[in-house]
Design a protein around this ligand. Sequence first.
Ligand code: ADP
Ligand code: MG
Length: 677
Amino acid sequence: MRKFKTESKKLLDLMINSIYTNKEIFLRELISNASDAVDKLNFKSLTDESMHVDQADLAIRVSFDRDARTITVSDNGIGMTAEELERNLGTIAHSGSEEFKTENAESQGDALDIIGQFGVGFYSAFMVAKRVRVVSRAFGEDEAHVWESDGLKGYTIEPGERAEHGTDVILTLRENVPGENGEEGENYDRYLSEWGLKDLIRRYSNYVRYPIQMMVTKSRQKPKPEDAGDDYKPEYEDYEELETINSMTPIWKKRREDVEDADYNEFYKSTFHDFEDPARTISFHAEGALEYDALLFIPGRAPFDLYSKDYEKGLALYSSNVMIMEKCADLLPDYYNFVRGVVDSADVSLNISRETLQQNRQLRAIARRIEKRVTSDLEDMRDNDREAYEKFFESFGRGLKYGIYASYGAKATELADLLLFWSAKEQKMITLAEYAKAMPEGQKAIYFAAGDDRDRLSKMPVVTGVLARGFDVLLCTQDVDEFTFQSMREYVARDMPKVYEDDAAREAAEKAVADGAEPELEDRHLELKNVATGDLDLASEDEKKEAEEASKEHADLFSAMKEALGDHVQKVAVSSRLVSADDAPACITTEGPLSLEMEKVLKRGPEGDIEGMPTAQRVLELNAKNPVFAKLAAAQEAGDADKVKLYAGLLYDQALLVEGILPEDPVAFAKNVCELM
Ligand code: ADP
Ligand code: MG
């Protein structure tokens, strides 16, 4: 027996047991080798006219024998001489294929599509096999040789028989290992079945460019006998047929203009199990230091489990048409988790397990490029096919917003312009940039209201008040909205007309424009403001003064009301939002970082019941122009403390109702209303 060259009983052990974490890839590796062998023969015949190879015959065949517990992978490729068996299979980490590629680097062009490069894939067979026998006959030789090994100490090479050039790799599978102590066992038998092998071939080797054939059992109806009576029941029989299992054409290797949309759609639906066409198909080929093809799809609708914990993001990763990983999560940022597709790069180290891939720099470079492509494609859809984009956003917008929130706003530069919100003024979905462009002069912030019902929001006094001043309000109905805005803090509107601080500068600029200069533009930083929190600073000087006077004049009333409401409110004050007699008599706003809506969202969450959860600091704002206010003032003046208390409670409760929050004591509320009647 000859010993493996390389130190490396140890190395072999490492190879077999730790490079690969997934045993089933052994078939992928053997098929890849067979494909390379066929490819080499094909290539040689193309460059050497004296060789007669019928391209149509080139194939890989997979078969199994249940009783003998063997799986055989055969090819009619270039084969190996005894010396090549020795060199390629006797030396771990020696790749004959890589050598072949280098030797033919000059002339290969597109003709050669070699997969192998590390010289370790073959040994993955020992993960499932206790014995591997390789019968090979090199093209142009008369003799065949047999290489055999148990994968432990060494191997033997002896003369053998093979009718034609090519190679058979015959694995004798290990015995099953029963599971114990709650640990899963190993079931090698599952590979000894037609469906088991077909499944592996389709999953990992579907796009290998040569046919992978298998003898499969099929069923057919027996011909009806001539003398069959009326009660004849059709009979069936099994028969065997050679079938090509793989589909061979990797659609992502084709150029976009050579593929029909229908074919892309079909590929998408069958590969990613969707019944709807994708909304967008992105296909590109990257050249340079890192070469790869990418075919990406943006689904037309969200899969049912997109927002569940079980959803796994990722793109299928291929290397030279062979699948490495079904869902490579590192290729997509979380907020683009809906993207499906394939990345194929001959440069990505193929024979490497998941764990190692995660730190792969090449992968990170590909991921960055993919992210950029998806972003620009979404921008394109937003600008040129708004209807489709709105549909997209309905399905996936929440994830984009969450992306900003989860990055503490860091991803806003990338994602903020992809967001859409409902404009109360325009009555449609708009972007933040569109909001900014439509702002009247002097508007300094983007205003939004948050709640779960658009209709209710549009009627809220705090909203109508801002609208009445001519400012648009974004009505935000997803629970993540306000958290997203808070993490962004501001939106930078690009290319806005420049605002001039002093008149002289403005006039000079206006004159310049009149003389034909381009108007000056600037980036404007716009605060994102909830119309129901804090000071909106919208009141005019006059209004401010009026409010101040009212506050002073009615200081007693406010303190009496505050006392009546106790800890429910932080304070009672004159409203700067509700300023006309037609506006509501009162509204609830908040001070500090937590809005009423955020409080609601947090309460719904898993920690909602925990004591000491922060609550929004409420302010009861009164409309000094509303007739109700006059009544309140009169009651206070008349010293009718009971009435002030009653009114205070009622105004507070109904302001909460408008916010969609039930009064804490609905019975008392109802009783109070009746009392007034
Ligand atoms: P790699 O494919 O990365 O080169 P492997 O360990 O899978 O590494 O295979 C080692 C070498 O053995 C190959 O490079 C090739 O030269 C040779 N080889 C393996 N399988 C075959 C085959 N079916 N026909 C011809 N040569 C083969
Ligand atoms: Mg290989």
